[in-house]
Design a protein around this ligand. Structure first.
Ligand SMILES: *[C@@H]1O[C@H](CO)[C@@H](O)[C@H](O)[C@H]1NC(C)=O
Ligand SMILES: *[C@@H]1O[C@H](CO)[C@@H](O)[C@H](O)[C@H]1NC(C)=O
Ligand SMILES: *[C@@H]1O[C@H](CO)[C@@H](O)[C@H](O)[C@H]1NC(C)=O
Ligand SMILES: *[C@@H]1O[C@H](CO)[C@@H](O)[C@H](O)[C@H]1NC(C)=O
Ligand SMILES: *[C@@H]1O[C@H](CO)[C@@H](O)[C@H](O)[C@H]1NC(C)=O
Length: 302
């Protein structure tokens, strides 16, 4: 532990003599370290905030500070003013008045990882150490599919690419495809932005369309694309909802309505004339109407 702390002060150029003076006496006590058996798991989102709490007893503290690797993050020292410490602290952090809590703002991927909290009570030479893990996530954008189909030599197939941006940590594109499809993933890539470390994830799949069109979707982590269709035949023009079809439907509809009305009218007429046809029992209105009709025609002809 002593060597650890010495490295902290000598290797990091940010830590000037000022800090050495600030915590110089610590190296004497640091030989006795009580490390907490369990580490604390913290969750945060890129762009968001997180609060580090170091669990202490209700005793007066000589110091309590957080460090990342060998780099001082922020803390409290009984012998120093908040202003003195703030000069050395990470600018996106603030110590709480309770002296054991640190707020970290505007998180980015570089903040992901392990931190330590070191503290010592007044009247004790033992230094306590607590490991804290900060796990950062960033939501991937909703995966956007692009579909390119071709019909070379009457072998219809499609290339589908799904791409999602700026997520963290690395997540592969997964495909949700019904078992009936013949398909294969050609390639997939997960690319870190060198500056932000955020990940773009994409995948290209080949669909052999011999089993017809299907609805599929793709996902990155728990973000899924809309369901979309692949292998929609390119040959015949898309006809549904064309004005021609709608016109034909309307004509057919009107014709059927007119036929029904005509039948109903003849049926009524038939019932009225039924008495004249001698109450002949027939199976249904149509037949009765027909019979009646024939007799009518007979009358008209004569
Ligand atoms: C990320 O996704 C989670 C779960 O869907 C949601 O609760 C959270 O608000 C999202 N974060 C952002 C920054 O959109
Ligand atoms: C699709 O698969 C079928 C059966 O395996 C095969 O006969 C056909 O040639 C394939 N089509 C393409 C476009 O690869
Ligand atoms: C994946 O394969 C497709 C089709 O061969 C190609 O257009 C695309 O550039 C490839 N993507 C990567 C990341 O290699
Ligand atoms: C990730 O995708 C975004 C949005 O398309 C783009 O601006 C950025 O350059 C991509 N980064 C990498 C590393 O490919
Ligand atoms: C989605 O995934 C992220 C990161 O993996 C996680 O933090 C979040 O809770 C998940 N949201 C849901 C609704 O499952």
């Amino acid at each position: 532990m002593a060597s650890h702390c010495n490295r902290q002060y000598f290797l990091n150029p940010r830590l000037s003599l000022q800090l050495l003076a600030l915590v110089g006496t610590l190296t004497w006590h640091i030989l006795v370290t009580a490390e907490s058996a369990t580490s604390i798991q913290l969750r945060g989102e890129v762009g968001g905030n997180v609060t580090f709490s170091c669990p202490t007893a209700k005793q007066k503290l000589r110091f309590l500070y957080f460090q990342r690797g060998e780099i001082f993050v922020n803390g409290y020292y009984e012998s120093k003013t908040a202003l003195e410490i703030a000069e050395l602290a990470w600018k996106n952090t603030i110590m709480d008045h309770d002296k054991t809590t640190m707020h970290m703002y505007n998180l980015n991927v570089s903040h992901h990882g392990e931190y330590q909290c070191h503290f010592q009570y007044i009247g004790s030479s033992a230094t306590h150490k607590q490991i804290i893990h900060l796990n950062l996530t960033a939501n991937y954008s909703k995966p956007a599919p692009t579909v390119h189909c071709s019909d070379e030599n009457h072998r219809f197939s499609c290339l589908v690419t799904c791409a999602s941006h700026d997520g963290y940590p690395v997540n592969k594109v997964t495909w949700n495809v019904p078992g009936s499809q013949i398909w294969t993933v050609l390639n997939s890539s997960e690319m870190n932005d060198p500056k932000t470390m955020m990940v773009n994830s994409s995948s290209t799949a080949y669909f052999n369309c011999s089993n017809g069109n299907t609805s599929i979707s793709c996902s990155v982590g728990n973000v899924s694309s809309d369901v979309f269709s692949v292998c929609i035949p390119i040959g015949p023009p898309p006809v549904p909802h064309s004005p021609v079809i709608e016109a034909i439907c309307a004509v057919v509809g009107i014709t059927i309505t007119m036929l029904v009305l005509l039948l109903w009218w003849r049926c009524k007429k038939g019932q009225r004339g039924a008495a004249a046809v001698d109450f002949r029992r027939v199976n249904g209105c149509e037949e009765e109407a027909t019979v009646h009709n024939e007799s009518n025609e007979g009358k008209e002809a004569s």
